[in-house]
Design a protein around this ligand. Structure first.
Ligand code: 5AD
Ligand code: FES
Length: 350
């Protein structure tokens, strides 16, 4: 593709918020550093028009690394017998929220593997206890696939948001990343159910996952264009040494940042985190993500004693730092590039 048509497609996307799948894959295949810089400039401009130079913070609490699933990319998959398994108690989790509140967090993200301990009853009580203690905070869940009834009960108990990465919008690709017991259709249905139930919903995918192609990425972008998620988590795939994908290469900062820019242009209000995985493959990865159009960071609030065990991929950062250090570190990092961390709930501005 020549330079004019490449820049022309970015302009078209910025103006109409839509391209065909063929156009998305051509854009990805033919991208150049200049085109990526141009897309980033337009993405930052549109984000500024909605959110100014605010970056929202979410306190991430990794509540359990016990998981019944066996996703081929994930370090906490059930067949990884080397993983040191842990589970926080509801009291532990509440203390993390209290500590987070003191540090200025107004959103808590409870993330974990699909651990049978966290039944609807346990979670209902936990969510309502968090809401009672901190009524001005949002509670975000990231606990995988559950039934409609379960999602409804958790919503009724006070949960505000739910993150469930779709992982890939191509069914064949999905089947290469997951064992056969896991169903692509069920994953996508969960996302629609969550939306119907009134959650603010986040989807997302890994960049550079094994067998990903410009065509599968084009489907991801088309899915985001039509689903219009409130949040969208994307970060590079990073191999974990004890998984079947240990010998695959990591995704790149460059492609992750380009996709962040495109997603911002596709759906300008989206809440887009600059992820820990991006900070893992490049010491300035999270800054680069923000400068490409992201507007959320998620410092770790998990107890330091368990941090290393929530090892989805190798060399994950922030495993030695106390919550306050992580918070301060990100604050400085954002300041250094001219952004201000804000401590309200940071709801989507649709
Ligand atoms: N590299 C990068 N991201 C990963 N995740 C799981 N394993 C890896 C990995 N090896 C992501 C998945 C999941 C989220 C919680 O973490 O996309 O949805
Ligand atoms: Fe965790 Fe820098 S963000 S130490």
């Amino acid at each position: 593709m020549n330079k004019n048509s490449l820049f022309g497609l970015i302009d078209k996307l910025a103006e109409t918020h839509s391209l065909s799948e063929e156009e998305y894959s051509a854009l990805i295949e033919s991208r150049t550093p200049e085109a990526a810089g141009y897309a980033a400039g337009r993405a930052v401009a549109v984000r500024k028009s909605i959110y100014g130079n605010a970056v929202f913070v979410r306190g991430l609490i990794e509540i359990s690394n016990i998981c019944k699933n066996d996703c081929l990319y994930c370090g906490i998959r059930r067949s990884n017998s080397q993983a040191q398994r842990y589970r926080l108690t509801p009291d532990n989790i509440l203390s993390c929220c209290d500590e987070g509140y003191r540090l200025g967090f107004r959103t808590f993200v409870l993330q974990g593997g699909e651990d049978g301990f966290f039944t609807d009853e346990v979670l209902e009580r936990l969510i309502s206890d968090i809401k009672k203690a901190h009524p001005d905070c949002a509670v975000t869940l990231s606990l995988g696939e559950r039934s409609r009834e379960s999602y409804k009960r958790l919503k009724d108990a006070g949960a505000d948001r739910y993150l469930l990465r779709h992982e890939t919008a191509d069914g064949t690709h999905y089947a290469r990343l997951h064992p056969k017991e896991m169903s692509f259709d069920n994953r996508i249905n969960c996302l629609f159910t969550l939306k119907e139930l009134g959650y603010q919903v986040g989807c997302g995918f890994m960049v550079g996952s094994p067998y990903q192609s410009p065509e599968t990425l084009a489907k991801d972008l088309k899915f985001i264009e039509t689903f219009k998620p409130d949040m969208c988590g994307i970060g590079p795939f990073v191999p974990h040494h004890a998984t079947p994908f240990k010998d695959f290469a990591s995704g790149t900062v460059e492609l992750t940042c380009f996709l962040l820019s495109l997603i911002r242009l596709i759906y300008p209000p989206v809440l887009l985190p600059s992820t820990t995985a991006l900070g893992t493959i490049d010491p300035l990865g999270r800054e680069k993500g923000i400068q490409s159009g992201a507007n959320v960071v998620m410092p770790n609030l998990s107890p330091v004693a368990v941090r290393k065990n929530y090892e989805l991929y190798d060399n994950k950062i922030c495993t030695d730092e106390e919550s306050a250090q992580c918070r301060g570190c990100l604050e400085r990092r954002m300041k250094s590039i001219g952004y201000e961390i804000v401590t309200d709930r940071g709801d989507v501005r649709k």
